[in-house]
Design a protein around this ligand. Sequence first.
Ligand SMILES: [Mn+2]
Length: 355
Amino acid sequence: MQGLFRFFETLLRFLESLLRFLESLLVPREPKMESLISKKTLSETDERIPDALRLAFGIRYRASRAPRSGQPDEIANFAAVLLPPRSQAQADGADDDVCTDDDGTAPLWDLRMEFGSCYLKDHDEDAHFVHDETGVVGVADGVGGYRDQGVDAGAFAQGLMRSAHEEAVTALPGTNVCPHTLLERAYQKAAASPTPAASTAVILSLAGRTLRWAYVGDSGFAVFRGGVLLRRSRKQQRRFSCPLNLKAAGGETTVVADAEVGEVPAKAGDVVVVSTDGLFDNVFDDELERIVRMGTAMGFSPLNMAEVIAAFAHETARCTYRDTPYSVEKRKQRGAASTGGKPDDITVVVAFIVS
Ligand SMILES: [Mn+2]
């Protein structure tokens, strides 16, 4: 009797471990970082800009054939419906008090971020990382001025982001990551390098139900709620085209204490865009808002959204006749006639806040 009992006990244990093994095969694993980063070529990425967006923003040609005269232009109609100019009603909706509806019943960890990113290189001096488990994203932009001294201006930015990523990995899942502390630690590590370079940087985290950030210079972010811009970083710069930056070693340094820090309560459905100046110099806030609204209406994934935003920025950067934030500021600062964008590395990380 005892023998039979032991036999069944062993059998049960065996079946249990077999079940666990099968489960491990079936349950999808956390997506690897690589699968979240766009691997498309520039022209493939460019093709992702929907025609509706091209028409609505007046960028170059449409990829599909225009309708014959007399025929309705479906794409133009679609663009008109999906991409209306920003209305006052929607702008009013961006009021901050929409954040305060937390009924306190939801657990602190019920929100998380879903990431996608796209990097379109120019000089290849941008760097970024995302860390799913702790909900942290970082973007950095190596200061190009060092390029003329024969220094790899991207190496310091990469070192900074690598250090920040390593630091984020050591945090336990569910830990609230403080972006300022993370940036400080990453900078201490990266600044030990003998390379005389510098970088702007932004780190943003979802700590419980709060989005927190720290940034230096003109790498920044934008938070959208209900398709309307809710929060946007304002660049730190000494003068036109000269952003505050973190220097590797020696000289007059910006310290991480100079970083701009802040937070905003997050809500499921929020869309966060974290980018370098390659985006913010070339795309106006209201354009970004309309792309986010269109992408949400079309059911884009974070990766799709990042690709379309980056591709649009790439087009406007190379467009000579449109106005961009860069050309507007240049006119103001230098008084010179100026239109067109500013070709640059473009890093776009998109995070969807989901419950
Ligand atoms: Mn840049």
